[in-house]
Design a protein around this ligand. Structure first.
Ligand code: SAH
Length: 250
């Protein structure tokens, strides 16, 4: 059947006004919305729209379902928080596409970007990602913890600012403390660490700690952790500090 499509979209970090107009327009045309339950809960129900909410950790099933619905003529939106290409559904849909029937390759598939948590957190605090930086997902669902530690150590050695996604979960209560131990071994200074929780929502909370004092229990699943480079610093002001990394490495 013709006319079906899949759009893999990012809803942004939380606040409705941070969703792009392109994503809002696409949602208005959808027949089906697919995603992890808390993200689907952000979509207003309306006549003609079916919401398919699923549990976490079933990304490939969800992606396959989206492609099947589109192949049958559905106008399908797959939702992620932030940006769909950052530790989210876009790569999962392409994995399902690669493994699926050849006919799926003729589908109209689009990826629509969103504001990722790292950028919203950085903006809320100042400009900690103002010079070279990298992003690391601390979840070991899809990769071994050894690889995570190796990447953290090498990123710190290369003096990147580092953004940690998924810093903590119930299944991994000590992962972030282990990550800080690796950083302290490599860095040996008092660079600032930003804990930015629920950025752009009414629960937003920012906290800055020096690396020797940073602890895993300062973060939860809704927190973005940004470790400064050796050059990252704060400007103290009555209204609260600004955290920034100068644009030169000198
Ligand atoms: N695709 C998403 C990331 C999914 S991974 C994006 O581009 O933002 C989920 C992780 O993102 C969370 O564990 C947390 O580390 C971070 N995150 C998502 N929304 C956030 C927010 N509003 N404030 C702080 N961190 C957030």
């Amino acid at each position: 059947m013709s006319g079906g499509w899949v759009a893999i979209v990012g809803l942004g970090p939380g606040a409705g006004r941070m969703m792009t107009p392109e994503v809002a327009d696409t949602l208005a045309q959808a027949s089906d919305v697919i995603g992890y339950l808390p993200y689907v809960a952000r979509i207003a129900p309306r006549a003609g729209l079916t919401l398919h909410a699923s549990d976490n950790r079933v990304e490939i099933d969800r992606a396959t379902h989206a492609l099947e619905l589109a192949a049958a003529g559905g106008r399908v939106v797959v939702v992620s928080s932030g940006d769909p290409g950052v530790f989210a559904m876009a790569a999962a849909v392409f994995e399902a596409l690669e493994a699926g029937p050849a006919a799926w390759r003729d589908l109209d598939i689009r990826v629509l970007p969103g504001i990722t948590a790292m950028l919203a957190a950085s903006a809320a605090a100042g400009a900690p990602l103002g010079h070279d930086f990298c992003a690391i997902n601390l979840s070991d669902n899809l990769k071994p913890w050894d690889l995570i530690e190796r990447r953290i150590a090498l990123a710190a050695e290369a003096d990147f600012a580092i953004a940690f996604y998924n810093p903590r979960s119930r299944a991994r209560p000590d992962g972030l403390d282990r990550a800080f131990a690796v950083l302290r071994d490599t860095c040996r200074d008092r660079r600032p660490v930003l804990f930015a929780r629920a950025v752009t929502t009414p629960e937003q909370a920012l906290r800055i700690a020096a690396l020797p004092e940073a602890r895993g229990d300062m973060a939860d699943m809704r927190t973005m952790v940004i470790i400064g480079s050796s050059r990252t610093r704060t400007i103290d002001r009555a209204g609260g500090p600004l955290l920034y990394t100068p644009r030169s490495a000198l």
